[in-house]
Design a protein around this ligand. Sequence first.
Ligand code: SF4
Length: 389
Amino acid sequence: MSAENIGRRVAAETPATDVRSTSLPTVSDAPPVLEAVGITKHFRARSNPFRRTPVVVHAVDDVNLVLRPGRISALVGESGSGKSTLARLLAQLYPLTSGEIRYRGEATVATRGRRFRRYVSKVQLILQDPFGSFNPVSTIARTLHRAVRIHHPELRTAERTAFIEDLLAQVNLQPARQFTDKFPHELSGGQLQRISIARALAADPDVFLADEPVSSLDVSIRLGILNLLRRLTEERGVGLLYVTHDIASARYFAADTSVMYAGQLIESGSSESVTQEPAHPYTQLLIASAPDPSRPADAERIADIGQPPSLIDPPTGCRFHPRCPFAMERCRTEAPPRFDLGAEHWTRCWLYADDDEARAQRKEDAAAVGRLTASPAARKEDPPAAERP
Ligand code: SF4
């Protein structure tokens, strides 16, 4: 936001009744604003006296991701899958082990100094815990004045105050005085998350990296924050990466969804296709274990989807094979390539290979998915397996 935008009126926010109440963003053909190209991050962990070789954590391996202006992309995975590390790599908080980050089409390395400050003003990270991102002994006014002074040093004090009032209006916190005189602990989690979004807006960013932005908030206020992020994404044409463990919210909030498992992307496509026709057995497990009011009440449920593998010694071949009910011999030794399923939906899973063993296992997988989404009564109407085509 430039200084000339002071006083801009704020469009009414989408009523916080249903995040589906606005249309999903359409596929944008605009050039990417931020890209991860084959990025890998291996951390060297503290050396173990019982091991001769250094301990390396394979946090992120060979990930490609594209963020486009005005579009919300979800990154879904369980705790420890590497999704938050990937967001921090995109924010250039850690140097890459290999690969590159492209900002507006150009490879960009900005891990320190002026280049880093310029980069973070365009690529803003919004963290899960708003309380942890504020100085507890500074008033909100002081925190916001500091942020505006950094990004708009040309503004005088009175102009800065007007600028801050406008920022708070954009995140629906009015009148501003009701919030600026307070300390962080005097505000609710939802109010503080709105202020952290306002602080990010002070930099006039092109990209938001929102790392679990609503998971620490009460369920009743999550929808309001998601609707606010959606409105800002559309109005300002920023690219938004929505990092979450909740695949159900990704379905309604994001235009496209990528699923991460043990440091690798294993499936990606439009949110509709990834959640309605999940191809990878891990994505199917995530969906089957998520609460879904539209699923028949008596459908089979998965209470425990098992534990993720160690990233110090990740499994060979497909990293999901120790947990996968459809694992074949090759899954244990060969990493699956990317299989394109049409309409920009792809997965890394040997079930989609073009041979008899994969086809047979794929049929088993489809039957298992059917059992997880249909009620027992509906399943009894299915023809016996032998009569199926
Ligand atoms: Fe399961 Fe093999 Fe597919 Fe991995 S590649 S998800 S082990 S079927």
